[in-house]
Ligand binder design. Sequence first.
Ligand SMILES: Cc1cc2nc3c(=O)[nH]c(=O)nc-3n(C[C@H](O)[C@H](O)[C@H](O)COP(=O)(O)OP(=O)(O)OC[C@H]3O[C@@H](n4cnc5c(N)ncnc54)[C@H](O)[C@@H]3O)c2cc1C
Length: 428
Amino acid sequence: MSNPFRLVIVGGGIAGLALATRLGKSLGRSGKLDITLVDKGFSHVWKPMLHCFAAGTARNENDRITFISHAAGHNFRFCYGEISGLDRANRRITLAPLVEKDDDNVVLEERYLDYDGIVFAIGSRANDFGTPGVLEHCIFLDNVVEANNFNERFRHALLQAYGRGTPVDIAIVGGGATGVQLAAELHKALEIGSLYNFTPKTPDMRVTLLEAGPRILPSFPEDVSAAAHKQLEALNISVRTGAMVSGVDESGFLLKDGSRVDAQFRVWAAGVKAPDVTRALDGLECTRGGQFVVKPSLQTTVDDRIFAMGDCSSIQNDPLPPTAQVARQEAHHLAKHLPAWILNQKPVPAFTFNNKGAIVALGSYNGWGTFPDGKTFGGGALHGLSARLGHTALYRQHQIELYGLRRGLIACLSDWLDGFVRPSVRMD
Ligand SMILES: Cc1cc2nc3c(=O)[nH]c(=O)nc-3n(C[C@H](O)[C@H](O)[C@H](O)COP(=O)(O)OP(=O)(O)OC[C@H]3O[C@@H](n4cnc5c(N)ncnc54)[C@H](O)[C@@H]3O)c2cc1C
């Protein structure tokens, strides 16, 4: 019997883990496919929850899926590492040496993985557009490590604020879903925290949301933007549109009109670009934002053995927004068609996006959604609740897809029960 086809999936996020799990259950189980998932982290989280981890309103011990154990139960291998190079002629990828941050100690040397096919699913980061001072003075929320670091600093700042009676100032750049949801979630954290009344007075928390464009949530219809803007202001969150940031220093943001917004916490949640490594991968074609350019079949334009999906990819002449919905559907497309491509050399058909609309939730305060035909829903006590539940349902659907129905339902139940025994915001 010939050796099984070696498929390497790089990136275990929403798209990569869904693909590895689905293929593991089919070709992986039968031994026809040798699947390796590579990730620079040890566990998977649902990225649209990062702002809840940052605010401490969700606990990620419950929400992480550990790659090693998930792989063992789903007929694929996990390889911890960060891709740093690609040799297409010899079909080999390079993983960067693993070096300890504090003392430069090399834990693992550079390693190599041979492949017959690759699927890249390495996601994206916020884009600083070269704005001076952003990298040095802003916090990013692009992965669970950054979200947890933010939360640790946030809790320290709250402790100081309670102890000294001084305000906490936070400014967030980017009025897309990430910035808007983070602003509301931070407000919710402070509101819940104040219920524990460990000092008589709740400190002031000043949150400013800065958006360069004319309105927040630009990918949503105008009525949703206007309603969300109003809701944020009702929560005492200052929303400034048309506010173009031209620089950042250790005490705040400088705007293009010459004014300043000073803040102890400066969060950059604007723009999207692919991880820098994409440009170093043996001449694969990239967009200006570093995303791999792919054909409608999701194969890269220069090498049919290499696919890319999710935020790190852009379909030639028909780019789609970098959302969880697109990432999942692309993973499902490849899970369905890669087996015939691998076993029978059948071409992978063109991916078609089935737009099911979008939802944005402002913590437990309100939520809105939009249907594919542009009609909107949500807002207010009942409809806001339906939109918020819809937002949660997307996460539960993802959990059930990865865990399977029985374990997925147990995970939902255990999260619900957890709510009865633990504080609803992280305090330790
Ligand atoms: C705070 C926040 C809120 C959001 N809210 C929403 C929302 O409400 N709705 C929505 O549709 N979308 C939302 N998004 C966007 C959504 O999360 C992304 O579109 C989605 O996660 C993309 O999935 P992906 O699989 O392409 O990448 P990701 O889920 O980002 O996964 C990428 C994976 O690749 C790994 N990786 C990266 N670089 C390397 C490397 N060099 N080597 C090895 N591994 C690597 C990472 O560790 C990660 O596991 C939100 C994003 C953020 C940050």
